[in-house]
Design a protein around this ligand. Structure first.
Ligand SMILES: Nc1ncnc2c1ncn2[C@@H]1O[C@H](COP(=O)(O)OP(=O)(O)OP(=O)(O)O)[C@@H](O)[C@H]1O
Length: 260
């Protein structure tokens, strides 16, 4: 790879603005957001409800188009990146098909691409092992807990080997214990896959535990108020959540909210 190519950010937003038009009003959801995310980086978008986190994620995924500014992915437009299937997306609720076995939920995107069944089954087993669900291939989603269902959704998002994994509050509906365990498991998956992850959350500890950098957003209008480096070493461990460094980072991010 040339030096220039190495410097191209994976995701780049320049002065992005998003206005929604409703029947009665216009909502300025994002105002002049500029940020860069490096290839292989794990970042979080953190902020209170309504600050535009989901909007930002949807813009990166080309599910919506900005009303101003530019979104560039690996040097191309977000639309080109979407067409090149660079994205895997995980939503807050796992959106699984109850009548399909776990393995067939995971490989649905491959099926839609016309990949043969033998190869799909092989890939499903690989992914199930990756997300810690070995042995659940022939179960149905309704036979699994909420946390296990979300792992199936993660496996499905990874089935097309996306360069970028976009995650919109994937663990927010889960209890605290399950959520913390899934945070650790997600990092273990990411360390093996090595893709770029953009993770939306309104939990300060979750954003710190997972990320290389945290983008802090503020509401009315949604804008980037701080970018916080997380210098905790990797691999991250459960004990780190009780370290003085972790509490200092929480306090620092809280202060960055108070400053807006
Ligand atoms: N389709 C839409 N039409 C009109 N307004 C919208 C639309 N989608 C989002 N908004 C508004 O844009 C702002 C940002 O919404 P967004 O969902 O991106 O925030 P968020 O930070 O993800 O919130 P939450 O944490 O509650 O999911 C909010 O004021 C919201 O009401």
């Amino acid at each position: 790879m040339s030096l220039i190519a190495a410097k191209v950010p994976e995701i780049e937003l320049e002065n992005v603005e998003m206005r929604y038009q409703t029947d009665t009003a216009e909502v300025l959801a994002l105002h002049q957001v500029s940020l860069d995310i490096a290839k292989g980086e794990f970042v979080s978008l953190l902020g209170p409800s309504g600050c535009g986190k989901t909007t930002l994620l949807r813009l990166m995924a080309d599910l919506i188009e900005p009303t101003g500014g530019r979104v560039t992915v690996a040097g191309k437009s977000a639309k080109e990146a979407r067409l090149a299937q660079k994205y895997g997306i995980v939503f807050q609720s796992p959106v699984l098909y109850d009548w399909r076995k776990v393995k067939d939920n995971i490989t649905l995107p491959l099926e839609l691409m016309g990949v043969k069944k033998a190869r799909r089954d092989e890939k499903a087993l690989e992914l199930l092992e990756l997300v810690g669900l070995k042995g659940f291939a022939d179960k149905y989603p309704w036979q699994l807990s909420g946390g296990m269902q979300q792992r199936v959704a993660i496996a499905r998002a990874l089935s097309m080997e996306p360069e970028i994994l976009l995650m919109d509050e994937p663990f927010s509906a889960l209890d605290e214990f399950t959520r913390e365990r899934l945070n650790e498991e997600l990092l273990s998956v990411w360390s093996k896959v090595g893709n770029t992850v953009v993770f939306v959350t309104h939990s300060i500890p979750e954003s710190i535990f997972l990320s290389d950098r945290v983008f802090v957003l503020s509401p009315h209008p949604g804008r980037l108020s701080a970018v916080v480096d997380i210098p905790l070493p990797r691999p991250r461990t459960a004990e780190m959540r009780n370290s003085p460094e972790f509490f200092d980072l929480i306090a620092g991010i809280r202060d960055s909210f108070e400053g807006v």
